[in-house]
Design a protein around this ligand. Structure first.
Ligand code: SF4
Length: 129
């Protein structure tokens, strides 16, 4: 089963091949392909390093160096989508919740406005910022 940080549900939707390192983007691409290949299969929503973090240069011995900031993104995503930490849900259902509750309601900045990638994500969504 794939472990996914809740806020990565938004990162994945806006992913255009950019990332923290070549290894990171290659791993993220692989995870996305696995998710999409079987989107009815359950994933586990975890609020700690996940399968995407595995190849991230900010992942220091299983702890994200971005600390509380990314934990706040996870918490906001879970709250807005009405999901609990460690809940298991299909990638398709989670993706639908993120789209309906966050992306289509214009709440992306509310969840992860402090992220270094926010301008890229908004640009990809065609949103003026
Ligand atoms: S910055 Fe932190 S949360 Fe984001 S991918 Fe890297 S380790 Fe994971």
């Amino acid at each position: 089963m794939i472990n996914l940080r809740p806020h990565h549900g938004m990162c994945i939707g806006q992913f255009v091949g950019s990332g923290y390192s070549d290894e990171f983007t290659a791993n993220m691409q692989r995870i996305i392909e696995r998710l999409e290949a079987c989107d009815t299969q359950n994933i586990k929503l975890v609020c700690h390093v996940d399968d995407i973090c595995g190849s991230c240069p900010h992942n220091h011995e299983g702890i994200c160096r971005s600390g509380q900031k990314v934990m706040n993104y996870d918490a906001a995503c879970l709250t807005i989508c009405g999901i609990r930490e460690n809940e298991e849900i299909s990638w398709r259902d989670f993706k639908d919740k993120v789209r309906a509750s966050i992306l289509e309601t214009g709440k992306l900045k509310e969840v992860c406005g402090g992220c270094q990638w926010i301008d890229t994500c908004l640009q990809n969504m065609g949103i003026n910022y």
